[in-house]
Design a protein around this ligand. Structure first.
Ligand code: PMV
Length: 311
């Protein structure tokens, strides 16, 4: 009943609109297909249950598939099995990941997506992207508390998206090659804590935070047009404005600000933090001929890793 199967899912980066997207503003996210999570499912002997092993270390462990388990891996396996109407199967899951954890590159959603695809393939069950997106979103709640749904959506569909809560998913036109550099501060920053802090700020100063959210929404709309029209300079300026608003929202950090300044000083057209903030990654837009010099500047200014992304 269970066959050997494998599946993978990409990382992601938010181009503009993080945090505001939690409050219903739009945001733009891009898949990062060069860094991936791969999951394989291998049938196991009857009665051995479902076990999990990761290349990140740790021993093979049995998964607790009970409904009240808070383990995101176990929850994703449980919900995929239940969607397929299957129980009492035995297999082992092996996970290999190139995506850094808690760094704004969607590691959690990519792990869930790859698990859902690998397990459904192993069961020869056709899981649609729509179903998978819903299952991954439910598991995202264990990671993030109140996720907007942007991470799971961009990762499951693996294409650039213009995302807004409660709206149909929109992919969009990009009319020129855009080259981005993604730099990791190496500081892990759990998104939930930062999202919670923004919520507290919002409760305390609703009109102030409301103005910031409106400004960010405006930037996202303009960034969408800049991508469609191939306007690099305009997109770069919008990224910088977005970063300034995120600083005001209190979600940047010294390390992120240093990387943003370093990128711009080295010739980037724009740069900003990406994702939850306070650590994790930033993204910069560069001319193709400036890739090497901006990469070097980012690395000498504290980045532990620089990944390029061509759109
Ligand atoms: O998972 P991260 O760190 O890329 O953050 C997701 C973006 C937020 O807007 C901060 C949260 C959300 O759920 O949209």
């Amino acid at each position: 009943m269970v066959e050997y199967a494998e599946a993978s899912a990409p990382g992601k980066i938010i181009l503009v609109g993080e945090h505001a997207v939690v409050y219903g503003a739009p945001a733009i996210a891009l898949p990062v297909s060069t860094v991936r999570v791969t999951v394989s499912v291998t049938p196991a002997v009857g009665g051995s249950g479902i076990t999990f092993r990761s290349d990140a270390g740790g021993q093979t462990r049995p998964l607790d598939l009970s409904e009240d388990s808070r383990d995101p891996i176990a929850q994703m396996v449980r919900s995929t099995l239940s969607c397929a109407g299957v129980s009492g199967v035995d297999f082992s899951l092996q996970l290999n990941s190139q995506i850094p954890v808690a760094s704004g590159m969607g590691s959690g959603a990519a792990v869930s997506t790859a698990i859902g695809r690998a397990v459904s393939r192993a069961l020869r069950f056709q899981l649609s992207d729509e179903q998978l997106n819903q299952l991954v979103y439910e598991v995202e709640k264990l990671h993030h508390g109140t996720p907007s749904g942007i991470d799971n959506t961009v990762i499951v569909y693996e294409k650039p998206i213009f995302f807004q809560r409660e709206h149909p998913i929109r992919s969009f036109l990009v009319s020129a090659p855009f080259v981005f550099l993604i730099a990791d501060t190496g500081i892990s920053a759990p998104t939930k804590a930062v999202v919670d802090d923004v919520r507290i700020l919002c409760q305390r100063y609703p009109s102030f935070v409301g103005c910031l959210i409106d400004e960010i929404a405006h930037i996202v709309g303009a960034a969408h047009d800049a991508l469609a029209l191939g306007q690099e300079d305009r997109l770069g300026a919008l990224m910088l404005s977005n970063h300034a608003l995120l600083q005001t929202l209190g979600v940047s950090s010294l390390e992120l600000d240093v990387l943003v300044s370093a990128a711009v000083s080295a010739g980037a057209l724009g740069a900003k933090l990406s994702g939850g903030g306070r650590g994790g990654n930033m993204i910069s837009l560069v001319h193709r001929e400036d890739v090497d010099v901006v990469t070097a500047a980012l690395l000498t200014s504290g980045a532990v890793r620089v990944t390029s992304l061509l759109l």
